[in-house]
Design a protein around this ligand. Structure first.
Ligand SMILES: [Zn+2]
Length: 403
């Protein structure tokens, strides 16, 4: 807006504020609108998707090309199971040769590939990533949910954990499938609850074998609300309508969290890593849970957008729970529809900047528009002692890597 029109607008606002009434308002409205129209091609109306405001803040930018200490990324998806016709196979999202140079440049010592699958897929995945590079890649197994309809599933699933460990799997991963997708007849019928007793032997088997359980429960709170103008993730939900869990027979976020809590309470020997900080919008709640369940840990994947927009609360959270927080990104090599998760140098630089610096108001994802919500983040400048724990010490302990 040019100087003249801005002055004129301010003058009219001043008149209106002075209580000049309807006549003045009627008089001023037309010329101003015409003026706006001339300077803004779409008459002052701009589609939300076209809006890309650039911050005018003059604040310091501290690039962090390498992490200060060697990092274990506890939450990645280097591969997953893909079903082609009747056959399920391992689908690799990258090759080790593509990933390793980036890891070296970023001081990324190890990546934990959580979605290793089960059975044959698990074996393929371990042989592809972990066996040739045991110091760099680690693979977790997943439950064989398709078998839930079969009698004796509970024991079968517990045996699978033992089998997976024999193959080389180092932990168990649960997608949000449990709680939000898995149904009694797999894809039909009522949703299976997270604390369904059929999984009790599985949780116990993982605990007995010292395999940590990485569990993703529920999703951002906004995903359980209508996708409307009040929804802070409106654009994200519009881009991914299938991520909405509003309505239908979905449990609430709290019901899902509470069901997971009952599992942690029932299996105190089993170490749970609650992915995505559990309920990252509600750190007081997550703190309460960490106080209540000594076998609970959290991981940061795809949630620095949440942590970084409440930097003071986050800093206190990292202080208090420094022994229970694991570094994770939820990185997936390739693709472009979830910029907050695309494996690459820029992604790690943002995480490192958030954890290591006190920079202000920067993007939480390598994307022209903040993909999870229209805000920016602030670094929490962790001291070295906490950085070491979050970057690798806590993960080492849980994964049994400590020599
Ligand atoms: Zn993930």
């Amino acid at each position: 807006m040019g100087g003249w029109s801005r002055r004129k607008l301010l003058a009219s606002l001043a008149l209106a504020a002075a209580g000049q009434g309807a006549i003045v308002n009627g008089w001023q409205s037309r010329p101003i609108r015409r003026q706006l129209g001339r300077e803004m091609p779409n008459k002052g109306k701009l589609a939300l998707e076209d809006y890309e405001p650039k911050s005018m803040l003059h604040v310091s930018e501290t690039p962090v090309p390498r992490a200060r200490f060697p990092v274990i990324d506890f939450h990645t998806h280097l591969s997953w199971s893909a079903r082609r016709r009747q056959v399920t196979e391992a689908h690799n999202n990258a090759t080790p040769e593509e990933v390793l140079p980036i890891m070296d440049r970023k001081n990324l010592r190890m990546m934990v590939n959580l979605t290793g699958g089960y059975g044959k897929v698990l074996e393929q995945t371990i042989n592809y990533w972990q066996k040739p590079h045991p110091e760099r890649f680690m693979v977790f197994t997943e439950p064989w949910f398709e078998k839930i309809t079969e009698p004796g599933y509970a024991q079968f699933q517990a045996d699978q954990i033992v089998h997976a460990q024999a193959l080389g799997a180092r932990g168990l991963k649960l997608l949000k499938t449990l709680g939000l997708y898995l149904r009694e007849q797999v894809t039909r019928g009522p949703l299976v609850k997270i604390d369904d007793p059929r999984f009790d032997l599985m949780w116990e088997a993982a605990g007995a074998r010292r395999m940590p359980v990485a569990i993703h429960t529920s999703d951002p709170e906004a995903f359980f609300l209508p996708t409307d103008r009040f929804n802070e993730r409106y654009e994200e939900l519009s881009a991914h309508p299938d991520w909405s869990f509003y309505g239908k027979d979905y449990p609430s976020n709290l019901e899902l969290q509470e069901a997971r809590n009952r599992v942690m309470a029932r299996h105190p020997r089993t170490q749970f890593v609650v992915l995505h900080v559990g309920d990252s919008e509600n750190l007081p709640y997550v703190s309460e849970l960490l106080d209540r369940y000594p076998n609970m840990h959290v991981e940061t994947g795809a949630r620095i957008g949440e942590l970084g927009r409440q930097p003071r609360a986050s800093r206190r959270f990292f202080d208090k729970y420094q022994d229970r927080i694991l570094f994770g990104t939820d990185a997936v090599p390739g693709g472009n529809d979830t910029p907050q998760q695309i494996f690459g140098e820029r992604l790690y630089e943002i995480y490192y900047r958030f954890l290591e610096t006190e920079d202000e108001y920067f993007d939480y994802a390598p994307a022209p528009k903040p993909p999870q919500g229209r805000w920016r983040i602030y670094g929490i400048g962790l001291p070295e002692k906490i950085l070491r724990k979050v970057y690798y010490e806590n993960a080492e302990r849980l994964l049994g890597l400590k020599r």
